[in-house]
Design a protein around this ligand. Sequence first.
Ligand SMILES: C[S@@+](CC[C@H](N)C(=O)[O-])C[C@H]1O[C@@H](n2cnc3c(N)ncnc32)[C@H](O)[C@@H]1O
Length: 370
Amino acid sequence: MPPRTPRSDRPGRPSSGRNAAFPGRGKSSRPKTDYRTRAPAHEYELDALPGLEHVAATELQGVPLARDVRGLRFWYPGDPERLTRLRSVVAAYRVQAWDVPRPRGLLGNQQLGELTDWLRDVAAVGGHTSFRLSAAGKDSSVMQRLAEELQGSLGLPHQPEDGELLIRLRPSEVGPGWEVLARITPRPLSARAWRVCNMGGGLNATIAYATHKLAGQRDVDRIFNPMSGSGTLLVERALMGPSDALVGVDIDPAAVACARQNLQAAKKQVEVACLDALHTDLPARSFDLITADLPWGDAIGDHRSNETLYPAFLQEMHRLSSKHGRLAVITHEIKLFERVLAGQQKWEGHELLQVYSGGHWPKVYLLHKR
Ligand SMILES: C[S@@+](CC[C@H](N)C(=O)[O-])C[C@H]1O[C@@H](n2cnc3c(N)ncnc32)[C@H](O)[C@@H]1O
C-alpha cells in the first residue's frame, strides 16, 4: 500500500531531504511512480453533486490506471485529459498536502516556492489564465497575502470571483497539515462545451448523464425526451453512444431552438420538434425509454397546472411506451409526483436517486409498465 498522504509529485524534482508525506519536511520527495507506466503519479479528487457520488465512483472505475481509489480520491499517472472527459463529476482537482499547521505556513519561502511550482504545473496542463482562492476565511489577511504572492510568482491575475484556476485550501483529511486542491480545468466539467444556449430551469448535465446511466444504456433503445427544454438529456444521451432512435419535443419554440443549438454544438443530429408532449400523434408503443425532466413548478410551470399535467403525462407516456418500456422522471414536485403515482395503476417503479443541484433536491424515478 502506498502512503496515505501524497508525496511531492513533480518529475525530476531534486530531493530536498523532506518528508514523504509533505514536500515541506522530512526524508524524501521522490515522485510516486506507477510501475506500469513509469510515469509519476499525482493524487486527484473528484467533486460530484451530493447524491451522484456513486455514479462518479462507477465512472472512475473505467479510468485505466486510476489506483488506490478511496471514494472519489485516487492516484493516477496517466494523462489528465482523460479525467476531463468524466461526465458525472462537477470538477476534478489535483491534491497535495503541506506539513504546515495553518495556511500562514504556506507563505514560507520554501513552501511558497513548492506551491508555485505545483500550481504552475497544473496551469500549464489546464491552460488557466487567472486564479482564485477558496478557503474558510478567504478574506483574511493571510489569504490576501497568499493571493498577492501567488499573483507575482504564478504570473496570473488574481480574480476573486471568477478566476479560472480554483485553488481550495482545507485541513488535511489524512493527517496533520493543510491540503491544496487545484481544479485541473478552467471551468467546471459540468459546464459543458456544447452548452451554447442556456435556459432557466436547465438541468445540470451530470444529472442527465446519471439518469441515462441508471435507467440503462442500450444501443437498441428507441428514446423519447418529452419536455426537452434546452436539450440537456438529449445531448448527454447522444454523447454516450448509439441508440435506435432519439427524439425530443417541447411546447416552447424558444426551448426547441435552444436544444437545436446545443445539439449542433455537440455535433449530434437529433430531431427536436415543437409539439405538446401530451398530443404528439405518435403511434402507440413507439419508445423503449422515455426520460423526462418535468416542470418543477418554480422556474418552469406552476404548481397548479402541474396538478393536471403530471397525471396526463403518466397516461400518455404509458401509451407511447413499448411493452417493456422504462420511464425515467426527474422532478422536484416530489409530493405531487408520488401522490399521482400512488393514485394510478399503469406504472410501478422506484426512486433512482435524489441529488442536490442549484439549491434543490430533485428526485429521479424509474418506472416500468405494470
Ligand atoms: C424543467 S424544463 C426542462 C429543462 C430541460 N431538462 C433542460 O435541461 O433545459 C420543462 C420543459 O417542459 C416544457 N413543457 C411544459 N409543458 C409541456 C408540454 N405539455 N409539452 C411539451 N413540453 C412542455 C417547458 O417548455 C420546459 O422547456
